[in-house]
Design a binder for this molecule. Structure first.
Ligand SMILES: NC(=O)c1ccc[n+]([C@@H]2O[C@H](COP(=O)([O-])OP(=O)(O)OC[C@H]3O[C@@H](n4cnc5c(N)ncnc54)[C@H](OP(=O)(O)O)[C@@H]3O)[C@@H](O)[C@H]2O)c1
Length: 306
């Protein structure tokens, strides 16, 4: 498996396996297939509600091939949503942690208690005693620095091997560089040839923060961008690959870590077969030239102007 180094020296696989929305037996089959075709990084989150299924899937994998936990790189996230359906207090909506007015956030230890509980739950569900990378799912404005502080403590205690952000901009990183004691190691964002985010990625790179790419294949579905699709077709023909592989290779050559999701065993295998060819610098820049700042998923949705 090709790996990169994080700023703290931890090695991270250069590609990973997304798991949302995959549950139950389908997740078990996907995890087994993913492992056998070479994936070692698995991405989940507390609010995907599949950590327990993922833990069960891993247990089944270990029972077949031995406990290979150390070979794996498990990524999970801290979200503002209530963790479990059965946690929901009658009359309350989901999505209420980490907001000043949330009734759950009124005590001075609320942030500490919630972050610790979420991570303890993740460890239990994933059947492990450490997480490789813990991410804050969004830069929650009311408690951004407090959540980060708690993540730092978990890192210092060795419960997590690396910590980072998702959906964050320059200002979020600047804030933590000023107020925190650890600079995030990763920022997980959406980017594609139609949304290159060059200055954001370079800024994070300049602070030694790796960029992980979620929804790395979404631009494949944008059939209105005919010239883009035709160009992908021409590269796919030239390299005897499919268009998804061309896009994943583009991310990899930009030094990013894509985490494509597929429940289809063939696509899963093809998506990781992207280390045996290289796009030319000219092809990379032609792909980037299709940039239109096209964002597929809302990000920092709850954090306007922060
Ligand atoms: N941090 C965040 O805020 C955040 C947000 C969104 C997602 N994520 C993470 O990122 C992961 C990936 O993102 P995503 O699932 O939104 O998008 P994605 O991986 O770009 O695309 C997944 C979709 O593309 C299909 N697909 C997979 N490989 C393909 C290929 N080679 N050719 C054509 N279609 C292909 C999949 O269908 P099949 O399954 O049928 O193959 C699925 O419908 C998620 O699973 C999750 O772990 C994080």
């Amino acid at each position: 498996m090709n790996t990169l180094k994080l700023s703290n020296g931890v090695e991270i696989p250069h590609i990973g396996c997304g798991t949302y929305p995959i549950f139950g037996d389908q997740l078990t089959q996907t995890i087994k297939n993913a492992y056998h075709c070479g994936y070692r990084l698995i991405d989940t989150a507390d609010n995907y509600y599949n950590e327990e299924d993922l833990g069960n899937s891993l247990e089944e994998l270990y029972s077949e091939i031995g406990n290979i936990r150390k070979e794996l790189f498990l990524v999970t996230k801290i979200s503002d949503e209530l963790y479990r359906q059965d946690d929901i207090t009658p009359g309350m909506n989901r999505g209420i942690y980490f907001w000043k007015n949330s009734p759950y956030m009124q005590s001075s230890s609320a942030c500490h208690d919630i972050v610790c509980k979420k991570v303890e739950d993740s460890l239990k569900y994933l059947k492990t005693d450490y997480i490789d990378l813990l991410l804050m799912h969004r830069p929650y404005p009311d408690f951004f620095e407090e959540i980060w502080y708690e993540m730092e403590q978990l890192y210092k205690k060795g419960k997590v091997r690396a910590i980072g952000l998702c959906n964050s901009y320059e200002r979020h990183l600047d804030k933590l560089i000023k107020s925190g004691s650890i600079v995030p190691m990763v920022n997980q964002i959406e980017t594609s040839p139609l949304n290159t985010k060059e200055s954001l990625i370079s800024y994070y790179e300049s602070k030694n923060v790796r960029t992980m790419v979620y929804s790395p294949l979404q631009s494949l579905k944008n059939i209105e961008e005919k010239k883009y699709q035709d160009y992908l077709d021409s590269l796919a023909f030239k390299y005897d690959k499919n268009k998804g592989q061309i896009i994943l290779r583009y991310h990899i050559q930009r030094g990013l870590i894509p985490i494509p999701k597929s429940i289809n065993p063939k696509r899963l295998a093809l998506n990781i077969s992207v280390f045996d060819f290289s796009l030319t610098p000219n092809e990379i820049s032609t792909l980037s030239g299709f940039n239109k700042n096209k964002q597929y998923l809302p990000e920092s949705k709850g954090c306007p102007g922060f």
